[in-house]
Design a protein around this ligand. Structure first.
Ligand code: NAD
Ligand code: LMR
Length: 329
């Protein structure tokens, strides 16, 4: 029996993500948690004729969170405010850091063994916050904490297919590594499978579009938020892979932003990048992140230059998250 929880379930990402989880045969029980509207969203989804049972919870002075989280196998977190035009993801830190910290404290207390998938921005800092909270509670399992960077991978697949003419973009495997904001996002087109040929005059614009795809959506939504539907697709794609691997399916690999020293093969990558938190392709298994795959050392010269910029930006983002837990503002 698999219990999945969405924290932030009433939001722009939370609702379509909950819909996809409700439709997923791997989920038996779906608990929706938010500070508003979960009874309505749960009632609506509960009429869908798939096996998963659906319940909705509001905070109720901590009782709702306890009921939602207890017994969870996987918790997906899209709770928090999204960007408006002119904002960076780091501008969301002030509000979202506290939201994520509170939810992770709930996980530490009520479902410390669950897989935790963090969507809330700034991911580069919210994942280190989560790690520190879990460490402090003595329940940190680095193999089970994931920053969801799948939308960057999905965008890379889509934009590359737009150039190469591939009709099914998801047939492409393109490592997108680093972090999840601007220049910390580094696509490694040289390691695409099958190999792709990006014309030299299109390379810079393609890299820029992958790095700033989120801004494209924020601008187009013109004050009404950021990517929600593509994120729900990406969040579900990653959650489904985690669940499939947990149930014993082999050979599942997807990039994710993890605490590298806690994942097999991750130490070398952490040393090479100077960052303990970093997204690389992760081989998933029954216990979560089984192996970090070193694509960094195979980057070509162009990609190495992009990586140098990412390393520096990420260090500040990571430290900011760690400091938030140890020296609260
Ligand atoms: P939204 O405002 O539509 O929804 C957020 C939801 O979180 C709301 O329903 C709100 O009530 C809820 N919430 C707030 N505080 C909460 C708490 N303490 N506990 C539970 N729920 C709480 O925003 P959205 O568009 O769904 O985006 C959510 C977050 O996801 C943002 O931070 C956004 O930047 C981020 N995001 C990340 C990625 C990624 O690739 N990782 C992609 C898109 C968006
Ligand atoms: C995205 O990449 O679309 C998200 O991180 C949301 C944003 O703020 O751009």
């Amino acid at each position: 029996m698999v219990k999945a929880v969405v924290a932030g379930a009433s939001g722009g990402i939370g609702q379509p993500l909950s819909l996809l989880l409700k439709a997923c045969p791997l989920v038996d029980e779906l608990a929706l948690y938010d500070v508003v509207n979960t009874p309505g969203v749960a009632a609506d989804l509960s009429h869908i004729s798939t096996p998963a049972t659906v319940t909705g919870y509001l905070p109720e002075n901590g009782e709702g969170l306890k009921k939602a989280f207890t017994g969870a196998d996987i918790v997906v977190i899209p709770a928090g405010i999204p960007r408006k035009p002119g904002m960076t993801r780091d501008d969301l830190f002030k509000i979202n850091a506290g939201i994520v910290k509170g939810l992770i404290e709930g996980i530490a207390q009520h479902c410390p063994k669950a897989f935790v998938l963090i969507i809330s921005n700034p991911v580069n800092s919210t994942v280190p916050i989560a790690a520190e909270v879990l460490k402090r509670a003595g329940v940190f399992d680095p193999k089970k904490l994931f920053g969801v960077t799948t939308l960057d991978v999905v965008r890379a697949e889509t934009f590359v297919a737009g150039i190469t003419g591939e009709r099914t973009p998801s047939k492409l495997t393109i490592p997108v590594i680093g972090g999840h904001s601007g220049q910390t996002i580094v696509p490694l087109f040289s390691q695409a499978q099958p190999a792709v040929n990006i014309p030299a005059d299109k390379y810079d614009a393609l890299v820029n579009r992958v790095q700033f795809g989120g801004d494209e959506v924020v601008k187009a939504k013109d004050g009404a938020g950021s990517a929600t539907l593509s994120m729900a697709y990406a969040g579900f794609r990653f959650a489904e892979k985690v669940l499939k691997a947990a149930s014993g399916e082999k050979g599942i690999v997807e990039p994710s932003y993890v605490y590298l020293p806690g994942v097999s093969g991750g130490d070398t990558i952490a040393k090479a990048t100077g960052n303990d938190f970093f997204s690389v392709p992760i081989e998933l298994g029954p216990s979560g992140a089984e192996k970090a795959i070193d694509v960094v050392s195979k980057a070509n010269e162009q990609e190495k230059k992009l990586l140098e910029v990412a390393y520096k930006d990420l260090q500040g983002n990571i430290q900011k998250g760690i400091d938030f837990v140890h020296n609260p503002p």
